[in-house]
Write a protein that binds this ligand. Structure first.
Ligand code: DX5
Ligand code: ZN
Length: 256
């Protein structure tokens, strides 16, 4: 929780999920438990709040929560690693204050080591850094784990998979970018599919595979077939009137 030293407390609720789970499982989850819950709830659609109506942030969170999403995806951009600026920890804290959903922070920032503790303290449950942002991601991934969050590593469409192979042992999650990071609403790049397929064979079964960028009704199924479990979706939710219908349709399509 904001201000605390330990892992943010998450009440995980799998009622009304894409898998039509009827039991409600609530309780405070450790990072390991969160990882297994997300894996067993797959396919999991994570709304990228980047494209929500920020004048009504709390309402937007309630709307996606009511649609049965399992977590929120927050795109943190620093205007340096990517040519766009978004949230500081204050916004993460604001999100934390109005939901018990896990918060998945995608850090598109230079020097992530300097900020991971702040984002965790603000309420992030998973922190994903970019391989392109750090010469050696191992110490930062270990730092994230020691904070009590899931450690994620992202790679851009043009970055070869080989660049992350030697650090997969310290990843709880791998985020395969299917667009150049920085902006929502871009076209899906199929190069992500081959990476997902390769990763599914390379990583331990408990490592979560996430895909981000241009994921919509036309592309989600092939991502699921390639091995993705977590699907970050911006415009295909927030560009629609009915979030509930969009989330459920996407989940249906991702069942493979
Ligand atoms: C891009 C972000 C994505 C993006 C998703 O840098 O990481 O999360 O906002 O938006 P859509 O689904 O519109 O591509
Ligand atoms: Zn993202």
């Amino acid at each position: 929780m904001p201000g605390g030293q330990s892992s943010p407390q998450v009440v995980f609720n799998v009622e009304a999920t894409c898998r039509s789970v009827t039991d409600t499982v609530s309780g405070v989850l450790s990072p390991g438990a969160l990882r297994s819950q997300l894996a067993s709830a797959a396919p999991v659609v994570l709304p990228s709040m980047l494209l929500c109506d920020f004048a009504h942030l709390a309402d937007e969170i309630k709307r996606v929560e009511a649609a049965g999403v399992h977590a929120l995806h927050l795109d943190v951009m620093d205007g340096h690693f990517v040519p766009n600026l978004t949230y500081g920890p204050t916004i993460v804290e604001a999100c934390r204050s109005c939901t018990n959903l896990p918060i998945d922070c995608h850090l598109m920032i230079s020097n992530p080591a300097r900020y991971v503790a702040d984002y965790h303290k603000a309420g992030a449950n998973s922190l994903t850094i970019h391989i392109e942002a750090v010469p050696d991601p191992r110490p930062v991934l270990e730092q994230i784990r020691s904070l009590g969050a899931l450690a994620g590593l992202a790679l851009n469409p043009s970055t070869p998979l080989e660049s992350i192979l030697n650090v997969l042992d310290v990843c709880d999650l791998v985020l395969v970018m299917s667009v150049q990071p920085g902006f929502g609403g871009q076209k899906f790049q199929p190069v992500a599919l081959e990476k997902l397929k390769q990763l599914r064979k390379l990583v331990k079964p408990e490592v979560l595979l996430e895909v981000d960028g241009g994921v919509n009704e036309s592309t989600i199924k092939t991502c699921a077939e390639a091995g993705a479990q977590l699907f970050v979706v911006g415009s295909a939710i927030f560009g629609k009137e009915d979030y509930n219908q969009s989330v459920h349709h996407l989940c249906q399509l991702a069942h493979v």
